[in-house]
Design a protein around this ligand. Structure first.
Ligand code: HEC
Ligand code: HEC
Ligand code: HEC
Ligand code: HEC
Ligand code: HEC
Length: 421
């Protein structure tokens, strides 16, 4: 049951008396956050999520903890590290990419700032909020990222047309609210109009179109695809993104948007099975990874990666064998699930400079892949396989020294263990 604050009860009764005009006035005078908010009669793309918080508290809290709310260089250390290298200072206007253009990054990572052509992301609260309420809830229609034949891609906000009116999955603008009894209010069921005009737009908001403008594909300046969740997804799926990324929680649509930052979400991505059997003087270990997703695992940013760690222990629990010591990248490349971008000589290159895709060993949508390891059998009592997920590749962890250590830590997302007799 939704519990109204005193402020809301007051507002709701005023709505009854005088309609939503009064409500606008009240909202505007309420100090919600230290940094002054744009007044409510501002263009809708400048309305901060703070204006939605009072009535959509759970959704606000989920969104505020999500990577959408941390999608700018002000709040994601990994994004900041890369943005400063590729563009510049997120707190200054007039920043450009290396070829002098407005930073394309902001079309997806800071949509309201991009709409205003600003690069000073702390100029308004809504700029720093990144992918915020009014970003998704004013998208009216989706043209796709290839709307201009042969021309430049329409990325992020350029892939959509926007409305001056909020867009909701049903357009529900009228609800009845229970007002709790005294001392703090009167017991009543009160009809409430939405404080902002609202239209129904299920066709967009209940389909992958609501996501693909930013999540379809992005190329670097040399035309090399860096992120391609949309392309991966189209080969394989009849699901929409919302079924997994916006599940129903407590009777409403979750706005957590869990992905690579959330270990519980990652654990649901792959089924790992292992059979280990003694064969004369070795132990044969058969491992299968089954990708349960309609997109690659890992998907998204080109530096997301995963790897298998296979290890064997004696009956005292002491490690007697492992497929790598430091990192599988040089020691056991087949254990790596990663995208390799290369320069013109076929040598590994960072995303902005890459000229081609080298190899792509990430699990394809729904792919099932087998791995075979032979372990020398001496003293082996237990065999263990773990699948690790890593937000960054090893070289980037060294390069990005300001990124906190916990974001540089690979996490176990699937595991199987077997006793050997
Ligand atoms: C004064 C309270 C209040 C404020 C402020 C408010 N909302 Fe709502 N909103 C509601 C109520 C009441 C509903 C009706 C459904 C419900 O009970 O959740 C609703 C429903 C919605 C819906 C779903 C509509 C549909 O199609 O089903 C969306 C989307 C939404 N609000 C977005 C926003 C956004 C974005 C903001 C901030 C710009 C905002 N709201 C501010 C009270 C409010
Ligand atoms: C306006 C652009 C935009 C739209 C629209 C958008 N996203 Fe995102 N999304 C982003 C950006 C930018 C990030 C990266 C944030 C970061 O890590 O810096 C992101 C991150 C994510 C993540 C990763 C979270 C993590 O833990 O790494 C998921 C999952 C996600 N979005 C799902 C969705 C879904 C589902 C939709 C559609 C309902 C959607 N997004 C719509 C821009 C968008
Ligand atoms: C990345 C895009 C995105 C962002 C950001 C976003 N929403 Fe939503 N929201 C959606 C989509 C898509 C749906 C409809 C999902 C469905 O019904 O399948 C939705 C549904 C809703 C609903 C209806 C909930 C229900 O259970 O029917 C409300 C209310 C809402 N959003 C409010 C907000 C508020 C408030 C914010 C900011 C704190 C916000 N949204 C941020 C994409 C977004
Ligand atoms: C069957 C459930 C499912 C569906 C459908 C699905 N995803 Fe995912 N998605 C996941 C899981 C689980 C993960 C975590 C594993 C991973 O990163 O691949 C994930 C990860 C992600 C990430 C995180 C990447 C990162 O770098 O952190 C993004 C972005 C994403 N999905 C976008 C989408 C989009 C866009 C769609 C629709 C086109 C979609 N997903 C459809 C389950 C799903
Ligand atoms: C087409 C939309 C789009 C554009 C343009 C874009 N990105 Fe992203 N970016 C995303 C999405 C979506 C994600 C998150 C999901 C994923 O991993 O794909 C992301 C993730 C990232 C991440 C990982 C963030 C984290 O929290 O781990 C970095 C870093 C990044 N982008 C940097 C940039 C830079 C720098 C630019 C501009 C040169 C840029 N991006 C342009 C959509 C975009």
């Amino acid at each position: 049951m939704y519990i109204m604050s005193g402020y809301h009860r007051l507002r709701a009764s005023l709505v009854l008396l005088a309609g939503s005009v009064v409500l606008f006035g009240l909202c505007a005078q309420t100090p919600l956050k230290a940094q002054p908010l744009e007044p409510l009669n501002s263009p809708i793309h400048r309305l901060s999520a703070e204006h939605c918080r009072e009535c959509h508290r759970e959704i606000y809290n989920e969104w505020a903890a999500s990577m959408h709310a941390k999608s700018t260089a002000l709040y994601s250390p990994i994004h900041e590290a890369m943005y400063r290298r590729e563009v510049g200072d997120p707190r200054q206007d007039g920043q450009t990419t290396r070829n002098g253009a407005f930073p394309v990054c902001l079309q997806c990572h800071a949509p309201s700032a991009a709409m205003d052509g600003r690069t000073k992301l702390d100029a308004l609260p809504v700029y720093g909020e990144g992918v915020t309420c009014v970003t998704c809830h004013t998208m009216k229609s989706y043209q796709g990222i290839h709307a201009h034949e042969g021309g430049q891609m329409n990325l992020g906000i350029k892939a959509y047309s926007f409305s001056e009116v909020l867009q909701g999955p049903s357009g529900r603008v009228f609800s009845t609210r229970f007002i709790p009894p005294p001392p703090r209010g009167i017991e009543a069921i009160v009809p409430t109009f939405h404080p902002f005009p609202m239209e129904g737009n299920a066709a967009l908001l209940r389909s992958a179109d609501a996501c693909l403008g930013c999540h379809d594909q992005r190329n670097n300046p040399h035309g090399v695809p860096l992120c391609m969740t949309g392309a991966e997804f189209r080969q394989s799926s009849t699901f929409n993104c919302q079924q997994c990324h916006m599940p129903v929680v407590d009777g409403r649509v979750s706005h957590n948007f869990y992905g690579g930052y959330d270990t519980a979400m990652l654990r649901r991505s792959v089924i790992l099975t292992m059979q280990a059997a003694r064969e004369q003087d070795s132990i044969e270990v058969n491992i299968t990874l089954q990708n349960m997703l309609p997109h690659n695992m890992p998907t998204g940013a080109p530096f997301r990666n995963a790897f298998l760690r296979v290890s064997a222990y004696d009956s005292f629990g002491i490690l007697v064998w492992a497929n790598f010591r430091q990192h599988p990248l040089p020691e056991d490349p087949k254990a790596m699930l990663m995208l390799t971008l290369v320069d013109e000589d076929g040598k590994p290159a960072p995303p902005p400079q890459a000229k081609a895709i080298g190899t792509d060993t990430r699990l394809q949508p729904h792919e099932s892949r087998d791995f075979l390891y032979q372990i020398p059998a001496q003293n082996v009592a237990v065999v263990r396989t773990e699948l690790y997920y890593d937000l960054l590749l090893p070289a980037m962890k060294v390069m990005f020294d300001n990124v906190p250590d916990d974001l540089k830590q690979a996490r176990v997302i699937a595991k199987s263990e077997q006793r050997i007799y």
